[in-house]
Design a protein around this ligand. Sequence first.
Ligand code: GUN
Length: 300
Amino acid sequence: MTATIIDGKEFAARVRAQVGTHVARLKADHGITPGLAVVLVGSDPASEVYVRSKGKMTVEVGMKSVEHRLDAETTEADLLALIADLNADPEIHGILVQLPLPKHLNEDLVINAIDPAKDVDGFHISNVGLLGTGQKSMVPCTPLGCLMMLRDHHGSLSGMDAVIIGRSNIVGKPMAQLLLNDSCTVTIAHSRTKDLADVVRRADIVVAAVGRPEMVPGDWIKPGATIIDVGINRLDAPEKGEGKTRLVGDVDFASCVEVAGAITPVPGGVGPMTIACLLANTVTACCRANGLAEPEGLTA
Ligand code: GUN
C-alpha cells in the first residue's frame, strides 16, 4: 500500500483564499481591515525568513501588516512598552512576538504581556487554560493546521487512537488538547517514553513533533494510519552538490509512505499550514474584537 499524500501547500492556499474572502467582506461591509503586528528582536536568520514570509502573506490576503524589528540588546522594559502600545492600538487585532527571544528576555513574561484576545499564537497562559478546558480560545497555529488537515481527511476523529511524539508547549501539548476535544484517545510520548515503537504502533493518528530527523521508521506504523509530520530538519546533502542541504521531517518518509494510509510530506505538509493558520487566527481575533460572526472552518 502507498499512502495518500496530504498536500499542505494546496490546503494552505485554500485556507488563505478563505481568509482573503473574509477580509474583503470585513472591509466592504464594516470598513474594518484586520491588522497583524509581528515583533522580531535580534536577527536570527531562520526567524528573519519566517517574519518576511508572514508579512508578505498578510498583505496578500488584504490585511494590514506591521513589523517591529528591535535590536538584539533591546531591554525587557522597552519590549513590554511596545507590547502595551500594540495592545492599545485599535488597528492591530493580532500580535506575534517571534520566538526564540534573546537570552536576557523572559519569554513567559513577554508572551503573557500580550492581550490574550490579540494573542494569535495562542501561547498566553489564558489561552492555554481556555483550550485545556474546552473553551473558546486562540489556538496555536501549527496544531490548528494539523487539526484542519486531519478533519479534512477523516471527517470525524471521534474514538481514534492518537499518539503525539513530543511534549512542547508550541505543538505537542496543544495538539493533545485539540485531539482530546475532538474525542480522540490521546497519548503524548516523549524522550523518556518506554517502548516508543509499541506505543506508536497502536496509533490511528501519529503526530511527530520532536525535532529529530527521520526518527520514526515505517515498521513503527500501524498499516493504514495517518501520519502528520511536524518536523523540519535540515540535513547536509552532498549528493546535491557541495554545501547543499535538504529538509526532512521527524518520520522516515520512504518507509512510512509504504505502510501509512495518509502522510504529510516535508516540505509541503504542515509548514505552509502554520502561516495560513496565523492569518486565520488574525481574522478570527478581528471578528471577535468587533462582535462579528467568526469565519466558519477556520477555528478549532
Ligand atoms: N518561532 C518558531 N515558530 C514560531 C511560532 O509559531 N510563533 C512564534 N511566535 N515564534 C515562532
